[in-house]
Design a protein around this ligand. Sequence first.
Ligand code: GCO
Length: 446
Amino acid sequence: MNREDGFPQDFIWGCSTSCYQIEGAAKEDGKGISIWDTFAHTPDKVLSNHTGDIACDSYHRWKEDIALLRELNAGAYRFSVSWTRIQPEGKGAPNQKGLDYYSRLVDGLCEAGVEPWLELFHWDLPQALEEKGGWRNRDTAMRFEEYAGIMYDHIGDRVGHWTSMNEPWCAAFLGHLTGEHAPGLRDRRAANRAVHHLLLAHGLATRAFRRSGIKGEYGLVINPSKPRPATLRPEDAEASERASIERTSLWLDPIFGRSYPRVFMDIFGSDMPIEAGDMDIISEPLDFIGVNYYDEEAVRAAPCSTQNPYGFEFVPTYQKKTDMGWEIEPSGLRRILSYIANVWPCKKIYVTENGAAFPDKQDADGIVRDYDRIDYIKGHANACGDAIKQGVPLKGYFLWSLIDNFEWSFGYNRAFGIVAVDRNTLERRPKLSFYYYRDLIAGFGL
Ligand code: GCO
């Protein structure tokens, strides 16, 4: 059947989740401890001291999740693998029960006609590796290559889309500079070292994938940002460029063989543990870039200082905000996609996450009528259409998220799902946005 909305027939409409946010079963079947287990169990790190111990219990209820995806007729499901289910201590022989879980999940998705998109790392580093220096330690990149190889060997025949990792910016900077995320450090040098070792891990895993001969596409998921300039003054336009460095070019420049941005190296170069050959490994060619987009901010120029090395500041904006306090600006999605497509020669781009948290209310009949979320999704789907019209090689869109889940330092206090999860019974109940997304997937949502 032809689509009514003009989107290409082969455009992929999917949903995203990540393991720590949905699986629960934190100690089952030989799973080891990850830095997120440790962090969430440290008092006052997560709002309400919530943890992912139970989460959405998807470790046991994965069939319910697949049934929801099937009801949507989603083309793909992007999920992440818990490294500590596969290697409880982050090295050595794999835990068969962990492999079996992902094997069942992948088979179940394929049977339901939903393509599995497997992501190797969504921030839940094995605690055993953290104790040896985590991402500050070069050896963690080698351990990641070993873990990736295990997944290629065991599931490589059934998964056609792979990503090494999700938003390494968050792992590096929220984990090591602001301390909002595990492991909760506040140390600039540690964050800079993490940047390099995360990218090295990505490159090693990509190279191992190519060598494995597996047929499939391989990519990296980032959360780029290029705040728009507050005015047309040239200095604000320059501030907008500089404000994008750590979220965007710091990752894409080395991936595309251009080494690290000069501005970053001028300031922080002495922290970067680059060894001969690293930049070649990091720039192993990719099939696609995954873009996670939620909001767009605005900046103007400000004096450079040690506290403000890039010389910009955020300005107030008028946009409505989500429950996260993030500005809703659908055209920002088109802008960031065009920016990336213009500056870096990406073969394919996917929006691997987009969605919104709102303070959902259940009506007396038990239904969540989340029209704000529906508007949000519709606006951003239109922005995807605009990006395609502008020539961006955008091939798919993944909604964050299929189900309400553990929203990192906010615990279960922020809801991104198109399906509500009852925190007592863990029962899944579609919100109206679920039915909206089903329409959108069928071509009737715009
Ligand atoms: C991220 C993560 C998700 C978050 C989502 C909402 O991209 O930050 O991939 O795990 O839950 O982005 O904050």
